[in-house]
Each structure stands twice: as C-alpha cells, then as structure tokens.
Design a protein around this ligand. Structure first.
Ligand code: ADP
Length: 394
C-alpha cells in the first residue's frame, strides 16, 4: 500500500463560520475569504451540524454562546461522531469567559481557543497553524499505516520463506533417505558379485566394477552433502552461542587427521577469537576449506595452510582467513565456485562441488561474508567474517 498524500491544507481549506451575531460573523467570513478559504456561515447549533454534514469542512470556527444550544455542546456533538472527528474546532468566546470555561472548551474537544476581540491576523495565523498541524498529523498517520502494511508484508514474506525453507529441508531429508535405500541395494549386490566372481573377472570387467563402486561412493557423498547443505537453515540461528573459533578448527583437523598426515600438510594456526556462532557448522566450514587446500595442492611444494583472524575496525566482528599455497583459482571463477555443484577440476580430484556453497550458506547465516583472493599457480586465501562474542553472551 502506498501512503495517500494529503496536500498541506492552505487556501483551499473549507471552514464553517458559526456565530449568532450576524455582523460579527460576516466580518470574520470576509477576513477568512480574503485569506483564501472557502467559508460557509452558520447562525445556530442546528445550522452548524447541517453545514458540517453538507460541506465536510476542515475547520469549524465556533462562537460558544449560540442561542438555544451552547457552542460547547455543538463541539461535543461534532467530536463524538467518528465521521466528524477529523474536523478541527476553533472556539471563540467573549472576553468575560473565565479560565475554567476555557478548560471546559478543551475538554469538550475543541482544538484551540481564542478570546474576543480577535485580531484578524491572529485569527488567520491560528487557523493556518491548526490546519498545518492537522496536515502533519495526517501525513504521520499515513506514514504509520504504510509502515504497518510494510511490516505485515515483511512478516508474511518471512513466514513464507520459513515455510519454504522447512519444506525444502524436509524434502531433502526424505529424498536423501529414499535415494540411499536403492543405493544400498546396488552396493550390497555389487559386493556380493565382486566377492563371488572376482577370480573369474577379466581385467576389463574388474575396471568396470571399480567404476560402479566409485560411482556408488560418489552418489553417497553427494547425498550427504546435499543433506548438509539443506540443513543450514534459518531455524539454526537459535543455536548460535559464544564459542572459541579454535575449537571449530580443532574439530575440523581431527576429522581430516588422515589426509593431513598423508599429505604431510603443515598447518600454522594463529590465536583465534571467541565468536558467536554454531560450532558444528563452523567446524564444517574449516573442514571444507582445509580439505580443499589439501585436495587442490601444488605438486611442486609441500602443503602449507595458514589460519589467521583479525578484528574488524568496528569491533563487532572478526575477519578470518585460510591461506594455502596450492594451485590457485583464476579470478573469473571467484564467484562461481560458491555456487552448488560448480567444480573446476573434473573428477581427477574427487569432490561434489557443494563444499564452498555450504561454506557461503553457513557464513551468511552468521550474517557474515565469504570471498577469496588467489594467484593461479601460487595459492588461494579464503576470507570470511563472523560476529564477535559480546561480553554478555561470552
Ligand atoms: P569440491 O571441492 O567438492 O569440488 P567445493 O565447492 O569445495 O567443491 O569447491 C568448488 C571448486 O572450487 C573445486 O572443485 C575446485 O575446482 C575449486 N577450489 C576450491 N577450493 C580450492 C582451493 N583451495 N584451491 C584451488 N581450487 C579450489
């Protein structure tokens, strides 16, 4: 919804001028018309109500001492009807009116109050001031209504997003379970055939069988990775807590112990901060980045992986980096490799192409950013930001 714009009420505003004294009323009507207002006269309470109903004025200039019915009563009637509530009432009373009566005027709903004799310039300034105030009130009310609408839409979208996220997660969970079932059957029977017929295989058949087993293993890894990817959802934010980032690195290196030993990778880990996050998901991020550093190593030199963290100038977050001395990545791929299934090196190096997509999803769920710098042939450095652990959450 867009906010309706009310032009500031100036010359075109409509006024009902109420006074039982015809001379005084005509004089005021002339002053108001000269100031550019559209003015209708009323000489009694009933006449006032009829004119208000007919002309929907912006303001009623009301003499409080009307015959038969007091101006204050007219004011009450006007303000008690929801249709007339936005109509401004400026009361004018004789000089003898005492202070308590002025208070009664305000209590009956008058928006302002002038005492006879009223200077024409003061009258015009008061009327314009009241109209400006009302225009500002309306604009504020419109802005508030628009804001409420935007908030409602935002809430609706958020709920839809949450629902579709949950659906996706549920779908990935069920699909991966159902995919694993036939895969398990294939593997079991391939193994049975392999053990019983192995001796009779020709070299060609043995090679074919190893392709089948490799494909089944790869399918298994893909299912695992798609499942992990789908599980990094919004509903995991409540698991974010103050934690030592060093612990996430430790759990990653524990899981990668064998490949670290086998590749003789040297790991240089600087002191790491306490941050706010999900320990298990951040462990996955380090596991992916470290295993990539090992997988995409250079044949010319021993693997060296360095992990550092520096506090970002605002003090509210940390920038973490994982640097390797591997084969590097051309700049044109720096964005693409964060997309699911995007791989640059074919099946010569095994992988599913999900690792960096998962890293980006995890870091974004931590309200951070992930990117890289790289020199092909010399190595890559992946950077990401994470929120610092605040004192109260530490
Ligand atoms: P995977 O390693 O399973 O293929 P990733 O999403 O982790 O999937 O990485 C996507 C691609 O980005 C990899 O296939 C590889 O080509 C490239 N890549 C990732 N990390 C590195 C790295 N440290 N050095 C060189 N290339 C990398």
């Amino acid at each position: 919804m867009t906010a309706a714009y009310h032009a500031p009420m100036t010359g075109t505003s409509v006024i009902v001028n109420v006074d039982d004294n015809e001379t005084a009323r005509s004089k005021r009507t002339r002053i108001l018309r000269e100031a550019g207002f559209v003015v209708y006269d009323a000489g009694s309470g009933e006449d006032t109500l009829a004119k208000v109903a007919a002309h929907q004025p912006d303001l009623v200039l009301l003499d409080v001492h009307l015959p038969a019915i007091r101006g204050i009563e007219v004011c009450r009637w006007l303000k008690s009807s929801p249709a007339n509530a936005p109509v401004l009432v400026l009361q004018i009373s004789p000089p003898a009116t005492s202070a308590p009566e002025a208070i009664t005027a305000f209590n009956s709903g008058a928006d302002s109050y002038l005492v006879e004799p009223v200077d024409p310039a003061v009258l015009i300034a008061t009327v314009r001031g009241l109209l400006r105030l009302r225009a500002a009130e309306r604009e504020l009310a419109d802005a508030n209504a628009a804001l409420r609408e935007v908030n409602l839409q935002f809430e609706r979208l958020n709920k839809e997003l949450q629902r579709s996220n949950d659906d996706l997660q549920q779908f990935a969970f069920v699909a991966s379970h159902d995919l694993r079932e036939p895969l398990r059957t294939v593997r079991t029977f391939v193994q049975v055939i392999q053990t019983t017929l192995q001796d009779r295989f020709t070299d060609e058949e043995r090679k074919c069988f190893s392709y089948v087993i490799n494909a089944a293993d790869r399918m298994d890894r893909l299912i695992d990775d798609v499942l992990s990817y789908s599980q990094v959802g919004h509903n995991h934010r409540d698991k974010h807590a103050a934690m030592d980032l060093g612990y996430a690195v430790y759990s990653a290196t524990e899981s990668l112990k064998e490949s670290i030993l086998e590749s003789k990778a040297e790991l240089v880990i600087s002191p790491l901060p306490r941050i706010k996050g999900d320990a298990s998901q951040l462990g996955n991020v380090f596991q992916n980045l470290i295993s990539n550093a090992i997988n995409y190593r250079s044949k010319d030199r021993p693997v060296k992986i360095e992990i550092h963290a520096v506090e970002v100038a605002d003090g509210g977050s940390w920038m973490v980096s994982v640097r390797d001395n591997g084969i590097g990545i051309e700049e044109r791929y720096h964005e693409q490799i964060f997309k699911p299934f995007k791989r640059l090196h074919g099946q010569s190096i095994p992988g599913t192409g999900i690792g960096l997509a998962l890293c980006r999803r995890v870091i974004e769920m931590h309200e951070g950013r992930i990117w890289l710098e790289s020199t092909p042939g010399a190595g890559s450095e992946f950077f990401f930001t994470l929120p610092a652990a605040r004192i109260e959450s530490a």
